[in-house]
Design a protein around this ligand. Structure first.
Ligand code: BDR
Ligand code: CA
Length: 315
């Protein structure tokens, strides 16, 4: 069983991934930490508390960063996840669950220190909370079991950015935080658009989940209606990408993925801001190697068995 902290800007695909964690017998969810991104952080926290209430989730919810480390804060446009972040499904006025007293980054530090080498952090929003935790207590890098993130785009399968031609949302939303996170010496696995956009959850697939999945299935159907509409109109696909669920899929079954190892840097200014660059450990680019010196090897997923991903998610 994996002890997991789930760090999320809980919008639609984040909620999908959260249910995957909650319903997996292989996961002991020890905390949900929130961050700005798909929606402002207060709404992310409200959504996490709502889902906690609705599915009786024991894990506490700790509220995290509301702004990036250096940039002016920019939330995703409301036409992607809806104004309430959950596809504009009606939400109750009163939510019973209350947030944890610690801010997210302190919650992460304390939980990792209390469970050395046991915590997997699954991070599917801006990396701001992780960067703040590292700044305050750099030693946690050697105390976590692994960090699995959804973010970035490395150019495989022609998938580059989804916010600019080269940048993915979770990285461009706080490129400095992401770069600090890639500089830390913790075991890190990255699932970028290269693999997440290979996994399309079609309307028929979601309808099957609705019909077979009880309360969870109905919830997933309801929250994805708005998101699916966005994908149909703006991206031109019949269905939604399995972005954040991909990070959970890796946690549950890494054999779904083919990977490449090498250090990563994030572009933090200029036209290519938010781009993620992995240096392959081949000797092919000696002139660029110095810029990556001292960075740990990250594991980047470059290939996914999409049918098996879809079966895992539905199960
Ligand atoms: C990522 O950005 C967010 O909108 C999604 O929740 C996902 O984490 C995809 O680029
Ligand atoms: Ca997300």
């Amino acid at each position: 069983v994996n002890k997991v902290i789930y760090d999320t800007d809980i919008g639609v695909d984040d909620a999908m991934a959260l249910l995957m964690l909650v319903f997996s017998p292989k996961v002991d969810l020890v905390g949900i930490t929130t961050v700005f991104g798909n929606i402002p952080v207060e709404i992310a926290t409200r959504n996490a508390l709502y889902v906690k209430d609705y599915f009786n989730i024991a894990a506490p919810v700790a509220e995290g960063a509301g702004t990036p480390l250096h940039l002016a804060s920019k939330a995703a446009p409301v036409h992607v996840h809806g104004a309430n972040g959950l596809g504009d499904i009606p939400l109750p006025d009163v939510i019973h669950a209350k947030p944890h007293e610690l801010p997210a980054h302190r919650f992460i530090i304390e939980t990792v220190r209390a469970n050395p080498h046991e915590i997997s952090i699954v991070a599917v929003g801006r990396m701001t909370n992780l960067a703040l935790a590292l700044r305050e207590d750099p030693e946690i890098a050697s105390l976590v079991k692994e960090v699995i993130i959804m973010g970035g785009a490395f150019g495989y399968h022609g998938h580059s950015g989804n916010v600019t031609p080269v940048a993915e949302a979770n990285i461009i939303g706080d490129p400095h935080a992401a770069d600090e996170m890639f500089a830390a010496a913790w075991p890190i696995v990255v699932l970028g658009l290269d693999v997440t956009q290979e996994c399309v959850m079609t309307t028929a697939y979601m309808a099957d989940i609705r019909d077979r999945g009880g309360k969870g299935g109905q919830f997933l159907w309801d929250v994805t209606r708005f998101y699916e509409d966005f994908y149909r109109k703006a991206v031109g696909i019949d269905g939604v990408f399995g972005h954040d669920s991909s990070a959970v899929a890796y946690l549950l079954d890494p054999t779904l993925y083919e990977v490449r190892h090498g250090p990563i840097r994030v572009v933090t200014e200029g036209i290519a801001i938010g781009q993620t660059i992995q240096m392959p450990n081949t000797r092919r680019f000696p002139a660029a190697a110095e810029a990556f010196a001292g960075r740990p090897e990250a594991t980047v997923c470059i290939e996914v068995d999409a049918p098996r991903f879809l079966t895992l998610f539905a199960d």
